[in-house]
Design a protein around this ligand. Sequence first.
Ligand code: DON
Length: 346
Amino acid sequence: MTNRRNHFEWFALSLMVTVSMLLGSAIRATAGEVSTDPATLKRLVQEAYTKFKDVKEGKPADYIPELAKVPADLFGVAIVTAKGETYTAGDVDYAFTIQSVSKPFTAALVMQEQGSDAILDKIGVEPTGQKFNSILATQVIPQVSVNPLVNSGAIAAVSMVKANSAGDRFNKILDYENRLSGAKLKVIEDVYKSEAATNQRNRAHAYILFASDRIYSDPMEAVDVYTRQCSIGVTAKQLAVMGATLANNGVNPITKEKVLDARYVPKVLALMMMAGFYNESGKWAYMAGLPAKTGVGGGIVAVVPGKMAIVGFSPRVNDAGNSVRSAKSIEYIADQLGANVFGSGR
Ligand code: DON
């Protein structure tokens, strides 16, 4: 009898444990645990690619003449998780210019060198609600305190990188991007030359910063280094590793190198959330709810903190300079995963 009760008690106990484990995982799932299940991620990358590959909205940026020559139909989607697993579809090995997607990474370099207050005090962190190269924004925000993700603040960020010469400063930025991506990246020289010949507006930004004591190297040198930085070639896969390094608390998940102190990761992601899409940042936060950064080369990197980076590459951009198919793909995957940082809504 005692023995039988013991058996019954054991059975009841193990049943309770099993039920509570199942309940726990169900609660975690509804509370927004983002799946990194390989089959799910593989399927979602492919689905996003298939769903949006025929979208023709937007057109390749042409204010940098060389960019207009990039084949408009290129399209790739990539996920790299914080553990380094990679899922891809489409043109993920085509090297395109990183453009403004470089901006949060240079801000990260400055934080790593000088602390996060340096960005707050010397550049600012306010979203402008204006286009990426808005002169007006620099005039209405006191002390030209814009943020490192618009051109003005990005040129200021470049000027803050500690170096003895413009060449050293650029090499430091390139080396940082190499460590973030675990690759040996190269400038796409034709795009660099094309932008260098047509970047009068950025030179105007640098002189406005100069006139306001908000640039920290020679202004024209800063514009040139910034232009080279924007012309660095990356593939969607490499960009996804850069984003995954942020998702993995500053440690590159492939090379295992610590590239950014964990305490700066939320600062970089906050900048991306508030200003990563410029005058569309509000809509992006509303629709996708993920920190992300766009570039006129067609790349977008979004970060699901602690989990993964989702990248899209498609050269057709809208009026805000944001890639249409890249944004749609990331938004779709984020929604399917319930990855919105404000909650899965489920
Ligand atoms: O300075 C520029 O205009 C370009 N090198 C970068 C602009 C950019 O990528 C805007 N983003 N979507």
